[in-house]
Ligand binder design. Structure first.
Ligand code: AR6
Length: 170
């Protein structure tokens, strides 16, 4: 069974096989996690993203899906780019949020990645309430069939890490 951890940290510093990027469907960069990954990983990642757009995703990567590139100068070997849903009070978009974690694990399996680090997808620019984002993340990681050995949820601040730890302990 996959081990699940929650730590406080910076996703770009994780020494794992693959880190997940909270991207947007353009795959061409942005702020938050996405900005940090491209800034620290260097131009190679963006070049691969452009090639993916040209070859497979002319209209962009759909919300909930995931695709991999190499990781440039980052310690990880791969970056798995996924597109979280923008939070909405009118519609329940949580199935799409869970798809991000499920599909990222599927891509990790295809790569043969044994260790994967996830940011809290959608919980920044995309406005998802942190506590629910953490619940969705942990429940989906726990319920997904995968050969990945360890998934680490990397939280950017201490209150979120503490909350995740509390939910994990249940
Ligand atoms: N390491 C770990 N977590 C981080 C880091 C980091 N270096 N930086 C931010 N966080 P966000 P989203 C946390 O906005 O909501 C981009 O412009 C942050 O505090 O990165 O899915 C993309 O291009 C929050 O808890 O992702 C898209 O347009 C969580 O990571 C859009 O933002 C996710 O915040 C995606 O928005």
């Amino acid at each position: 069974m996959m081990q699940i951890d929650a730590i406080r940290g910076d996703i770009t510093e994780q020494q794992v096989d693959a880190i997940v990027n909270a991207a947007n469907s353009s795959l061409l960069g942005g702020g938050g996690v996405d900005g940090a990954i491209h800034r620290r990983g260097g131009p190679e990642i963006l070049a691969e993203c452009r090639a993916l757009r040209d070859s497979h995703y002319g209209k962009g990567l759909p919300t909930g899906q995931a695709v991999a590139t190499t990781a440039g100068r980052l310690p990880a070997r791969w970056v798995i780019h996924t597109v979280g849903p923008v939070y909405s009070t009118g519609t329940d978009r949580s199935p799409l949020l869970r798809d991000c974690y499920r599909n990222s694990l599927r891509v990790a399996d295809e790569l043969g990645a044994a260790t994967v680090a996830f940011p809290l997808v959608s919980a920044g620019v995309y406005g998802w309430p942190a506590e629910d984002a953490i619940r969705q993340a942990l429940n989906t990681l726990r319920d997904t069939e995968t050969a990945v050995e360890r998934a680490t949820l990397v939280l950017f601040d201490e209150p979120k890490r503490a909350l995740a730890q509390q939910l994990l302990a249940r």
